[in-house]
Design a protein around this ligand. Structure first.
Ligand SMILES: *[C@@H]1O[C@H](CO)[C@@H](O)[C@H](O)[C@H]1NC(C)=O
Ligand SMILES: *[C@@H]1O[C@H](CO)[C@@H](O)[C@H](O)[C@H]1NC(C)=O
Ligand SMILES: *[C@@H]1O[C@H](CO)[C@@H](O)[C@H](O)[C@H]1NC(C)=O
Ligand SMILES: *[C@@H]1O[C@H](CO)[C@@H](O)[C@H](O)[C@H]1NC(C)=O
Ligand SMILES: *[C@@H]1O[C@H](CO)[C@@H](O)[C@H](O)[C@H]1NC(C)=O
Ligand SMILES: *[C@@H]1O[C@H](CO)[C@@H](O)[C@H](O)[C@H]1NC(C)=O
Ligand SMILES: *[C@@H]1O[C@H](CO)[C@@H](O)[C@H](O)[C@H]1NC(C)=O
Length: 268
């Protein structure tokens, strides 16, 4: 293992994804209750998929504990998945002073899939960046297994989202494609490392081989998955564009020695 702290930060991201569903009962982790997580008013199909993906993340945690030096129970930072957190993100993405009514990620399929897709995308990008740092056969196999599974899960969510691209995000006037485009734009701005998040429908230069405007699977110029590193992820999930200025999904900051080193080094 390149560094345990690195792995730990990644693990917390996995845990954060599983928090989007009701999987705590089986988790080998201590979860501080996420702030205000109303039951999502999503349809059965999406709910079933989310539950499956979330439960799979629990299995990933079990495999991580079994393969690494980390011991259960694992701590996780406070997560704020309140309606207000995502409302703030969407408001910012559209450059609005306010949204009336507030954007609720839990209101319908379009809203929920956008958030689930965004979180899943970050996780996949982080894993992509992490893979080259992993040392040890068992650890490499573990991370490969997690990454491919997570990427498949992301693909399922993205496919559902893509199918809804032209659907209006009720009760607002914009459609799902526009929501994904604007929030991807904001994510890129916060990350500060160029275009790595892409809309569902894009200019040809962001499509496959400069030849498509469809963009069901976001990827770089050679259609490789984009990689994001620790500080980019922190800038984005904090919603501040600053890896040492907590907020957004993690109002109290992050756990692990890697995060402590980033803070100590002032590596915003
Ligand atoms: C833990 O790892 C060992 C050795 O790799 C394996 O045989 C066992 O099935 C694993 N247990 C679980 C619960 O994953
Ligand atoms: C993890 O971070 C939270 C802040 O989100 C903090 O309250 C908690 O004490 C930390 N736990 C560990 C084990 O570092
Ligand atoms: C969660 O986020 C919302 C919006 O940013 C904020 O109003 C609320 O106080 C936060 N809760 C905590 C515990 O940080
Ligand atoms: C997306 O962001 C870029 C700069 O990061 C900006 O030039 C462009 O106008 C934005 N597009 C939309 C639709 O917001
Ligand atoms: C959003 O859409 C605009 C207009 O088509 C495009 O220029 C921009 O690249 C898109 N942004 C992303 C992140 O896909
Ligand atoms: C796509 O366009 C970019 C410029 O936007 C260019 O650098 C790249 O070589 C093109 N790729 C292909 C496969 O034509
Ligand atoms: C990032 O946030 C930290 C803590 O709030 C602050 O000290 C630092 O100046 C910020 N960095 C930038 C570039 O704004």
């Amino acid at each position: 293992m390149a560094s345990r702290s690195c792995f730990y930060a990644f693990l917390l991201l996995v845990a954060s994804q599983s928090a989007m569903i009701e999987a705590e009962a089986e988790a080998e982790i201590v979860l501080p209750p996420p702030q205000c997580r109303p039951n999502a008013l999503v349809g059965n199909e999406i709910r079933t998929i989310i539950q499956e993906l979330g439960l799979q993340s629990v299995g990933h945690l079990r495999a991580i504990v079994n393969t690494t030096l980390l011991n259960a129970p694992l701590a996780r930072p406070q997560i704020n998945m309140s309606v207000e957190t995502f409302n703030t993100i969407v408001k910012q993405a559209f450059g609005f002073y306010q949204l009336i009514p507030a954007f609720s990620v839990y209101r319908n399929d379009e809203s929920f899939l956008y958030a689930a897709g965004a979180v899943s995308s970050l996780l996949q990008q982080y894993l992509t960046g992490l893979i080259p740092q992993i040392i040890g056969f068992a650890e490499q196999q573990l991370v490969a297994g997690i990454t491919v599974n997570e990427a498949t899960g992301f693909g399922v969510l993205r496919g559902q989202l893509y199918a809804l691209a032209d659907e209006r995000v009720s009760p607002f006037g914009f459609d799902t494609g526009t929501l994904v485009n604007r929030t991807a734009n904001l994510t890129n701005q916060l990350g500060g490392c160029g275009v790595k998040d892409e809309g569902l429908v894009v200019p040809e230069e962001l499509g496959a081989e400069n030849r498509t405007t469809t963009n069901a699977v976001p990827a770089d110029i050679n259609s490789l998955a984009y990689a994001r590193y620790e500080r980019e992820i922190l800038r984005i999930v904090f919603g501040t564009g600053n890896a040492t200025k907590p907020g957004g999904l993690f109002p109290n900051g992050f756990n692990g020695t890697l995060y402590q080193q980033i803070v100590a080094g002032g590596l915003s």
